[in-house]
Design a protein around this ligand. Structure first.
Ligand code: AMP
Ligand code: MG
Length: 415
């Protein structure tokens, strides 16, 4: 039995970033940028007005009223050069005429006749309300380093520079195989001894949220031939996740099938509750592997125990970070710290991850989500996923039988 930290080190050894693909900018959200992006032009591309008002050729202190020489709206260009005593009526975003020394907001002016304005405010500074060409960034300057995971707010900034295709790291493809003779589809009513295949949906959603691409291999029944056949397909992916069949039951055939499929075991069993029977290994690709689905030289294979919460916890701790590493993500911290909102009685034993919710304080209007207070939920054990309907985090408890007191600092993993 190994420790969680050892498992991370062992798994991390096999991380090889997926190759680069070019995609449309909008498709790149959630994916890691593979090349540096530079500006194709100055920003702003021309000196522009920041307000609706009047570009002036001399300061108001020297000028009783200004003669309006033309009107320039956004999308048009000025044709007249300003000299002292002249103004151009200009709209926000329109190019500044030659000779302007600043723009006075329309609210600070009054029309004196059809062709003239007077300024009502005494405040004026040279260059006011003008954003000079290249003030934000100049042409060919670096906009963003490679390695960033793009978010929606990056898209607007990149689109400004005409970047409509970007190189990103390919998404990690993950095959999902759930196992068990007892499983029926979730839209069916289970017969005697049967249960719904909730793990299939759980794992597929977790892959989606981690930014991976799930391939569902269906339910493998608890016999060697069915499992071997489905494992063979699963091994054509970057990652194969198998749920169930890795513990000590008579029909827990997964480790045997993996060995037979030439998957090399790295570890089996971990000091973790729930999740002790976790299995991990790798299979080096041979030339028969399908080049369309498999571009990594190795498939990472995770055998997760089938109890739904064991599946969830093992996926969260070990599979999710690896999906995000293969697709170019940096190593991220797993643990956060918070404090308990109530006493918790720990029965001792294996390192335990217990579902907790963040205490929210609607009275202050602050959703106390980060750096939070955590309330342990009344959880029944590894088959109880109902408690997770209200859970925000998994809090780690370890050591001998003891009471963890309210206010005590704890480590947690975010769900
Ligand atoms: P196993 O790891 O195969 O021994 O399964 C442990 C427990 O998890 C058993 O009670 C299974 O019925 C249950 N289980 C296994 N696979 C699934 C699944 N896909 N969905 C829901 N429960 C499952
Ligand atoms: Mg089973």
């Amino acid at each position: 039995m190994i420790e969680i930290e050892d498992a991370w080190v062992r798994i991390e050894r096999h991380v090889r970033q997926n190759e680069t693909v070019e995609v449309d900018l909008q498709q790149a959200v959630g994916r890691v940028l593979a090349t540096q992006l530079d500006s194709d032009s100055d920003s702003p591309p021309f000196s522009k007005s920041l307000v609706d008002g009047f570009a002036v050729g001399s300061p108001p202190a020297e000028t009783v009223s200004y003669l309006i020489s033309e009107i320039v709206t956004a999308g048009n260009v000025p044709t007249k050069t300003l000299s002292a005593g002249q103004a151009t009526q200009i709209m926000t975003g329109a190019p500044i005429p030659e000779g302007s020394i600043g723009v006075i907001m329309v609210e600070e002016t009054q029309a004196s006749d059809d062709r003239r304005i007077v300024v009502t405010s005494t405040n004026f500074s040279m260059g006011q309300n003008i954003l000079n060409q290249g003030r934000v960034v100049s042409k060919s300057e670096k906009l963003l380093d490679s390695g960033y995971r793009l978010q929606a707010h990056h898209v607007g900034a990149l689109a400004e520079f005409g970047i409509n295709r970007v190189d990103v790291v390919r998404k990690t493809n993950v095959a999902v195989l759930v196992t068990g003779d007892e499983l029926v589809p979730i839209d069916e009513t289970p017969g005697p001894g049967q249960i719904r295949n909730s793990n299939g949906s759980l794992i597929a959603s977790m892959i989606d949220s981690a930014g991976g691409e799930a391939t569902i291999l269906g339910v493998g029944r608890d016999n060697m031939s069915d499992l071997l056949e489905k494992i063979a397909i699963g091994l054509q992916h970057d990652i194969l996740v198998i749920a169930g069949g890795v513990s000590a039951g008579v029909l827990d055939l997964v480790p045997k099938c993996l060995t037979e499929s030439r998957v090399e075991q790295d570890f089996h069993k971990i000091n973790l509750k729930p999740g002790k029977p976790l299995w991990f290994g790798t299979r080096t690709q041979n030339s028969e592997s399908d080049p369309l689905t498999q571009k990594q030289d190795k498939t990472l294979v995770f055998g997760l125990p089938g109890n739904p919460v064991s599946t969830l916890v093992c996926f969260k701790l070990f599979v999710e970070p690896i999906i995000r590493r293969l697709d170019g993500g940096a190593k991220e911290p797993m643990f956060y710290t918070g404090s308990l909102s109530a006493d918790f009685h720990f029965t001792g034993g294996r390192r335990t991850f217990w579902p907790c919710r963040f205490v929210r304080r609607p009275d202050t209007g602050i959703n106390n989500r980060e750096g939070s207070e955590l309330e342990p939920l009344p959880w029944v054990g590894s088959s109880d996923q109902v408690r997770f309907l209200y859970a925000d985090a998994l809090v780690e408890f370890a050591g001998e039988r003891q009471t963890f007191h309210a206010g005590q600092t704890v480590r947690y993993v975010k769900l």
